[in-house]
Design a protein around this ligand. Sequence first.
Ligand SMILES: O=C(O)CCC(=O)C(=O)O
Ligand SMILES: [Fe+2]
Length: 357
Amino acid sequence: MASSVETFFRPNIGCVKDLAESSDLISIPSKYSYFNTQNQEDGMDEVVAELVQIPTIDFSILNSTFPDQRSKVIQDIGKACQDWGFFMVINHGVPESLMERMLAMCRDFFDQTEEEKLECAGKHVLAPIRFGTSFNSSVDKVFFWRDFLKVLVHPQFHSPSSPAGFSEISMEYCEKTRQVARELLKAISESLGLEENCIDKTMELESCFQILISNLYPPCPQPDLAMGMPPHSDHGLLTLLIQNQNGGLQLNHNGKWVNVHASPNTFLVNTGDHLEILSNGKYKSVLHRAVVNNKVTRISLAVTHGPCLDKVVAPVAELVDSENNPALYHGMKYKEYLEFQQSNQLNGKSHLDRIRI
Ligand SMILES: O=C(O)CCC(=O)C(=O)O
Ligand SMILES: [Fe+2]
């Protein structure tokens, strides 16, 4: 518990959950007015009306003893990475009850008092535990309708001290998602024509940098004006996402926004910037965003899996040849990339432009 002196000097985070719960809120404060700014003129706001089916990958087939079945699923994963940067994973082996308990823990975290949550108000973007609102409230020009908790969980495991049980459940959950991500990256390695363990070895995934990010989007009285999370790509290699309900996540497919719906007990997996870099642009990171609604609170839980933090990542040598396939990105230490992306405004894939050749 913080001393009263510390509490006195701590800034009020102004979490959006408390704002949304104030009984007389019928319109949003102007600082949340996203679609009233130039953002609506970026030419990307057409939403595809019909439900689009994203690729589904049956994870259990990766263990098939029939080589043909395994090759087919590897091919499907490669195609999903290339065409969508997004796929739904079924039969992944992570118990559904664990996924549900993890989401319930996140809800319990956000349901604590602001005072309790402020125990986790880390300032630095790579602070081990960080509760906050918007994306980076010290630089955001428009605020997003979102509170978040970010926890570094690997190679060093951290956890907020409350709610009780968070630590045990998140440790188990993150171990399991890490295994799934590493298996998927083996398949992705093969789909790129590389040796199965190539990505695992070159990115030093034994020390994979894993972050647990929970997002809370409370009901918003003017959902057409506000934005939960603006268009962005994730920095790592692969992100595994679950949510308490469908409706909110959109991905950009061929220049249009597509609503993503997941079946129960599945992971939504998306490709990150470092997969784009190492594959020399073959598997591009996917732009996605989260829109809000005026009825229910949506909670999502994204676990990002990146290279070892100290790794300088560049396109893998096997995928580069100076004549036909010159390297498209400069090498950069993952830690520096991450600090840069997290310290600035979230703006599409602009951070990747810094290292494009
Ligand atoms: O809430 C969502 O569906 C998206 C979250 C997300 O993109 C992220 O945390 O990086
Ligand atoms: Fe994301």
